[in-house]
Design a binder for this molecule. Structure first.
Ligand code: ADP
Ligand code: MG
Ligand code: MG
Length: 537
């Protein structure tokens, strides 16, 4: 009734308001915050490791501090850092900007009289660098010089960095990163969706303002239904993936009653919602191509880690505030080393490949089949072998999937779309696009997509969600879960909860510190003079 409507309105308002928070207010609130001292720096150093790639390239805060160290050292180090930066800019640039980037690189880094000349290069690489010109400026030569530069930075500069106050500062951040996460770390907002073991709600980190989605798994329900092993598996797979097109895990923690997975907040709704619930059924073709390109990139990333997704369908593809999409719900994903197959029945009716339905052995080919079904559904608002809301037995869908040819009667189909769908819907896995050692990204369906730029998040989305709309079902659709009684936890359960609750996930957490401005605030020696107590600065 109206009360439910009012509840919903109040919940939506505070949820929307949280997303548009005033950063300066937040800054005032956290003036008293300061970085902890590393408890025992040698112990922490051991745990942190001494790998150049992880410390100086992969971890965002590590990368920043290493850069600051280089900038404070000497011209040669600065040149190396700037060279890598400009190369990356060049590789993503297009047309005129690319030409400009190239000219700048040649002038700054390849002329012996320039102060940014790469004077640290030796032997062959030094010759190569000096000989670099408009004509031989190609990917291969550039990569050789780039690798030589990284090798250089990973040598003397890196070992000097490990002894510098910049690295001490890094250890302080790592100490901070290890903090225990509890529910008090977040504000909680409305429920966004419901899953098998509990609900997903919006949350906000109190001291950074960062919004996330929190998937709460009811401990007692998990135990009752034997879902504990699967929950841990989902968490471990989420932790492993690192793609712009798959939801990232930021924190894993537990409360008395729940296990919680804190992930990217996808507030633009899922693609199923966009196909069926918003105005005219189906999704505009330019959007279909864009989403499919991102989904394809996400699936390829999973496969590169030997992970089969097994739950590809529009409902599991979520949009963020900018209109980019990510795969979510990795609860059915399995790790399957190359050459291995599996025959367990898994997936959703209407999206399962013939080899799953026949209970044959299968591998990653099933994801390409399901993607074919999903493209079909985005275009026509029905599935190839099941009409929208059609009351039909699973056996009949299975029969159609195994025997019938897919029909392309809908008026919105163009030739490239029909072509790519038919290639994904080849009944024999070994003939299917993506499963023959071929690359689906090369299909003409994607001719408008520059994948290099797409993967760097540089291609503008064709559609942007409205910032004042909540793209989720009304909250009352999520009510009425009955409590689970008579479940007691033993030592084994407690051990499992502990294994699950690992706190902040490094890369994601460090990005949050940087994006929220907290990194710059706490690193500012003016505001936090007491942080420079190593006495070396
Ligand atoms: P289950 O594995 O139990 O199906 P899901 O991971 O699919 O749970 O989550 C349930 C629902 O919660 C989804 O259908 C979606 O509506 C919502 N949801 C899940 N993850 C997010 C997210 N990262 N951002 C926004 N909403 C989400
Ligand atoms: Mg789900
Ligand atoms: Mg799931």
């Amino acid at each position: 009734g109206d009360l439910v409507g009012l509840d919903n309105l109040v919940a939506n308002t505070s949820y929307l308001r949280a997303q548009h928070l005033d950063r300066s207010e937040l800054r005032k609130l956290r003036l008293t915050l300061s970085l902890p001292k590393p408890k025992n720096s040698s112990e922490l150093e051991l745990a942190v490791g001494t790998k150049y790639v992880s410390l100086c390239e992969q971890q965002p805060i590590g990368r920043k501090l290493f850069l600051q160290f280089l900038q404070s050292s000497n011209l040669q180090y600065v040149a190396a850092a700037e060279f890598l930066e400009e190369l990356s800019h060049w590789s993503f640039a297009e047309d005129e900007t690319k030409e400009e980037a190239k000219r700048s690189i040649l002038a700054k880094f390849c002329q012996p009289e320039s102060k940014s000349f790469l004077s640290f290069l030796t032997g062959e690489e030094a010759q190569r660098c000096k000989a670099l010109s408009d004509k031989n400026f190609n990917e291969e030569t550039i990569n050789q010089i780039k690798e030589a530069t990284r090798d250089f930075l990973g040598g003397k500069p890196f070992s000097e960095y490990l002894k510098s106050p910049f690295f001490y500062r890094f250890l302080q951040w790592k100490e901070y990163e290890k903090q225990k996460i509890t529910r008090r770390y977040f504000y909680e907002f409305r429920t966004l969706g419901k899953g098998g073991f509990g609900e997903v709600c919006a949350v906000q980190v109190k001291h950074t303002g960062q919004m996330y989605a929190c998937k709460k798994l009811d401990k007692r329900r998990l135990k009752k239904k034997g879902g504990e092993r699967l929950a841990l598996l989902e968490k471990q797979i989420l932790e492993k993936v690192d793609s712009l097109f798959i939801v990232n895990l930021a924190y894993a923690f537990d409360t008395k009653t729940h296990l919680c997975l804190v992930m990217d907040l996808m507030n633009g709704g899922d693609l199923r919602f966009h196909i069926y619930e918003l105005g005219e059924r189906g999704i505009r073709m330019d959007r279909v191509v864009y989403y499919t390109a991102q989904i394809t990139t996400g699936i390829l990333h999973l496969h590169s880690l030997d992970i089969v997704y097994r739950d590809m369908k529009p409902e599991n593809v979520l949009l963020d505030a900018k209109g980019q999409c990510r795969l979510s719900d990795l609860g059915l994903a399995v790790e399957l080393p190359k050459g291995k197959t599996i025959c367990q029945m898994a997936g959703t009716t209407g999206y399962m490949a013939p080899e799953i339905l026949r209970q044959d052995n299968y591998n990653s080919s099933v994801d390409w089949w399901a993607l074919g079904c999903s493209i079909y559904e985005m275009v026509t608002a029905r599935l190839p072998f099941k009409d929208f809301r059609e009351k039909v037995q699973n056996e009949e869908v299975t029969r159609r999937t195994l025997e019938d040819e897919c029909k392309f009667e809908h008026k919105r189909f163009d030739a490239p779309t029909k072509d790519i769908i038919s290639r994904f819907l080849r009944k024999k896995a070994q003939h299917r696009l993506g499963s023959r050692g071929d690359d689906p990204r090369k299909n003409p369906f994607f001719k408008s997509i520059n994948f290099l730029r797409l993967e760097a998040g540089l291609v503008e989305p064709p559609w942007v969600p409205k910032s004042n709309v909540v793209y989720a079902m009304n909250m009352n659709t999520f009510r009425d879960s009955t409590a689970v009684e008579n479940i007691k936890f033993d030592d084994k359960d407690e051990k499992f909860f502990k294994q699950f609750s690992t706190g902040a996930v490094s890369v994601r957490w460090q990005k949050e510190m940087i994006d929220s401005g907290l990194f710059d605030e706490l690193n500012d020696p003016q505001q936090n003079g007491h942080l420079c107590e190593t006495g070396k600065t």
